[in-house]
Design a protein around this ligand. Structure first.
Ligand SMILES: [Fe+2]
Length: 270
């Protein structure tokens, strides 16, 4: 990396670290953007038609809102693996997480067509009604993954309470997260991401995603994971990623992704 790129990433990291997200223009070249957008439209059409379903989250049957398995051979869309390996993403993953990475995830977030899909307020930390000390202990742990969205269409779904990743939930947030996840929260902001922009954001923030059936959403979500040689194996495969265990999935990946895939695979039960 050149010094200029380093400085840009450091500025992004400062913003991310402060408010909980950073939005960047021009990280994905036009040609890649067009290829990704076309691939996402094909994927959505195939899933909605019932032609392919590797692992999909549905509202009602036939109404997908999160489509996984994009790098599986079933979709035959190699651009998604290229996207993960795109140098600006690798550079940022290493800046945030350290040199050693392993495969994170990639999925397509899209609106259901038959009903609105309002997501409830939460943090991505598991656990329900955590006391302040426990919650702080979790959100202050070193970062394990870096996530980002690429909007293929302007996307106003994400809402975040800025800077909430630095503190335990307030009394109001405790009430809402526990009992009324669709209520509005003091300080909430709609984090609009324009088509072509990339947002890196912190899942430790208090956040929600609101999808509207009449507003098309087509946003690619991806992540890299931090890797350490002494990371413990998982006891049970995360059901959302079990499809990745199939030999044909690895065989279909470009060679450049194999080291990252293999690090993930080595932590799964045989
Ligand atoms: Fe979340």
């Amino acid at each position: 990396m050149t010094g200029a790129i380093d400085e840009q990433i450091y500025r992004e990291m400062e913003e991310y670290g402060s408010q909980g997200w950073t939005i960047i223009d021009n990280l994905v070249p036009d040609k890649m953007f067009d290829e990704i957008a076309a691939a996402c439209r094909r994927v959505k059409a195939k899933v909605r038609a019932g032609e392919v379903d590797v692992y999909t989250h549905y509202g009602d049957p036939g109404e997908p809102w999160c489509i996984r398995g994009l790098i599986a051979p079933d979709f035959a869309e190699p651009v998604f693996a290229d996207f993960l390996l795109h140098a600006p993403f690798i550079a940022r993953a290493r800046a945030y997480l350290g040199q050693d990475l392993r495969l994170g995830w990639i999925d397509l977030r899209t609106n259901t067509h038959h009903e609105d899909l309002p997501g409830g307020w939460h943090r991505d930390i598991g656990g329900k009604d955590l006391d302040a000390e426990t919650e702080l202990g979790i959100i202050r742990k070193p970062m394990k993954n870096l996530r980002w969205y690429l909007a293929l269409i302007d996307d106003d779904c994400l809402q975040i309470v800025p800077r909430s990743q630095h503190r335990p939930r307030t009394a109001e947030e405790r009430r809402v997260l526990n009992d009324a996840p669709h209520d509005d929260l003091a300080g909430q902001e709609i984090i609009g991401v324009k088509a072509g922009q990339v947002i890196f954001w912190d899942g430790n923030t208090v956040h929600r995603g609101n999808m509207n059936k009449d507003v098309e959403r087509l946003t690619l979500a991806a992540s890299w994971q931090k890797h350490s040689e002494d990371d413990p194996a998982v006891e049970k495969v995360d059901g959302r990623f079990e499809w990745r265990l199939k030999a044909e999935v690895r065989a279909a990946l470009p060679a450049g992704l194999h080291v990252y895939y293999d690090r993930w695979r080595a932590l799964q039960p045989a």
